[in-house]
Design a protein around this ligand. Structure first.
Ligand code: ADE
Length: 224
């Protein structure tokens, strides 16, 4: 899979891809992530990428031309399955969207800033608009990092234990059951006995039961 991220603050996107699982996925060439500075496509001697909005009002709007130039250049090099715009008024990200996107070959992610992009970018280039929640961030970069993390960990081979993404919260519509590690008794706080019994079928059914109970209690909306 190849992900191209277009941003006006590309440095914000360095760290998320330089550590842990995402770093290993990139090193293992299971995913390529390319970050593009929109300023490189800016207009005039100021590399301008935003301008005042027509009709007046506070806040700058990202211009269509630099975005068009960047996207058109990328599209001349390969075909893209999706061109995603990160925006608080997009569809709220969920596990199903991440699962679907993890199957794609080439994806562009455009990070919004200021008042957002000229509507014509959304009308003519964007295939999906995604929000990571009902709150407003200073820009789309952190949201893009969240989206990429949730996608990349699903690519086969990225997680060491192939089954571990399948047992995540939300993957089967339920929250994950509680987990414990050593010591089995800490200051009298004991691990549920079943987990140290060695009885795998019983452990499995205990986990299923716990996942259901937890979901009922914490996220009843997921059971509807
Ligand atoms: N840009 C600003 N806020 C955002 C959000 N909540 N989700 C995605 N992109 C954003």
């Amino acid at each position: 899979m190849r992900i191209d991220i277009i941003s006006v603050v590309p440095n914000l996107l360095n760290s998320p891809f330089q550590h842990s699982i995402l770093q290993r996925a990139i090193e293992a060439q299971l995913v390529e992530v390319h970050i593009h500075n929109l300023r490189d496509y800016g207009l005039n001697k100021y590399n301008q990428i935003d301008d005042y909005q027509f009709g007046g009002g506070a806040g700058m709007v990202m211009m269509i031309e630099p975005i068009d130039q960047c996207i058109t250049k990328l599209k001349s090099q390969r075909e893209y399955d999706e061109i995603i715009y990160m925006t608080p008024d997009g569809k709220t990200l969920n596990q199903n969207i991440s699962n679907q996107l993890s199957l794609k070959k080439n994806v562009i992610i455009l990070c919004g800033h200021y008042k957002g992009v000229d509507q014509r970018v959304r009308d003519h280039f964007i295939t999906q608009e995604i929000s990571i929640g009902d709150y407003v961030l200073s820009g789309g970069e952190l949201a893009a990092a969240v989206l990429c993390d949730s996608i990349i960990r699903l690519i086969p081979g990225v997680l060491g234990d192939e089954t571990s993404a399948l047992t995540d919260s939300h993957q089967d519509g339920l929250l994950a059951p509680p987990v414990y590690t050593r010591p089995a008794d800490y200051k009298g706080w004991k691990v549920p006995e079943i987990l140290t019994s060695g009885n795998t079928p019983k452990i499995e059914s205990w986990r299923e039961q716990q996942a259901e109970q937890r979901t009922k209690k914490l996220r009843p909306d997921l059971l509807k």
